[in-house]
Design a protein around this ligand. Structure first.
Ligand code: RI2
Length: 313
């Protein structure tokens, strides 16, 4: 239980962050938790697994990768606690390996859209988006990247570290400079925390203004997103909840206490409408956003019937 709570806390505090990484961390925690559960009673085992699943899902409300990863593991079956445990270990490992391979495949598919000499703008820190840039660069394409700081958590600093290691020439800019630099950009590549059934993309706050500036300047926008970032629940009309984080990420508590009339709003994500997105690059292909439903139904396996009868998390 202690380790389960620690993992949940690390995801909540963003010590473990990035939609893909938190999904893999949750799958790994469910696997290890099942392994640590010593009970032979199947009912008790199931109840404890359900508790763990719900705790992990509650940590970050927006990233759909998290419930999708948990659901992939919680599909386990077993006539006994031990059978269930063995099944969970297999499902979790399958999810983790599949997720790592998906990022590589997205790199290969997405790199086909990157030409030699391109300047690419990116936002926040997305392993899937970086995979495209890294693959294009490894293919010998001379690219440059413009990376935003991504306030308030500065994930842009992680991006520049990564790109620097690979050897890609990168400019770090403040978030408010995206429109100023758009004229120098050939292609925008960003990640996703969630993709809805109508093809809208939820990603780090600021993504939609970047996409809007790209749309205005007629630059293409590619979203790099594994299929498990598509939200089955949006098929039932549910909206993806946008996480609002603590004010202390934006201004210190002491400073804020100096004011009487000021409070902080700190949404972690925003929604980019599909009109501003040219392509969503998944591991099963580069699709127009309008095809999001196909991914949810055919690749995640959640048609409307399964949704109505099965979805607990
Ligand atoms: P990968 C991140 O969320 C960013 O919004 C990023 O674009 C997205 O996850 C996808 O990242 P946060 O955890 O899965 O920083 O592509 O809030 O790495």
């Amino acid at each position: 239980m202690k380790q389960l709570k620690e993992t949940a806390q690390k995801i909540k505090s963003m010590e473990i962050r990035g939609a893909g990484r938190i999904a893999r961390a949750a799958a790994a925690e469910l696997r290890d938790y099942a392994d640590r559960l010593k009970t032979d009673d199947l009912n008790e085992f199931n109840e404890k697994m359900q508790f763990a699943a719900e705790l992990l899902v509650s940590t970050r409300p927006t990233a759909v990768s998290l419930p999708n990863a948990v659901r992939a593991v919680m599909r386990y079956k077993g006539e006994s606690a031990n059978e269930a445990r063995v099944n969970i270990l297999r499902l979790a490992d399958e999810f983790i390996t599949g997720s790592e391979n998906a990022v590589l495949r997205i790199g290969e598919i997405g790199a086909r859209r990157v030409r030699d000499g391109y300047t690419i703008m990116t936002h926040c820190n997305s392993a899937a988006a970086i995979s495209i840039m890294a693959t294009a660069y490894a293919q010998g394409k001379e690219i440059r990247v413009i990376a935003t700081e991504s306030r308030p958590r500065w994930q842009g600093h992680l991006t520049i570290q990564h790109l620097d290691k690979i050897g890609i020439k990168t400019f770090l800019i403040v978030d408010s400079a995206v429109r100023y630099f758009m004229k120098e950009v050939d292609l925008v590549i960003m990640g996703a925390d969630a993709v809805t059934v109508n093809g809208s993309v939820i990603n780090k706050i600021g993504s939609s203004q970047l996409a809007l500036a790209a749309h205005e300047a007629r630059r293409n926008v590619i979203i790099a997103a594994e299929t498990y970032k598509f939200s089955p629940k949006t098929l039932l009309g549910e909206l993806v909840e946008i996480e609002e984080r603590d004010s202390s990420e934006v201004i210190s508590r002491e400073k804020l206490d100096e004011f009487s009339n000021i409070s902080v709003r700190n949404p972690a994500f925003d929604v980019t409408p599909r009109e501003y997105i040219d392509l969503i690059c998944t591991e099963v292909g580069a699709i127009p956003p309008e095809m999001a439903y196909i991914i949810i139904k055919d690749y995640l396996g959640w048609g409307i019937e399964e949704m109505n009868s099965n979805m607990r998390i």
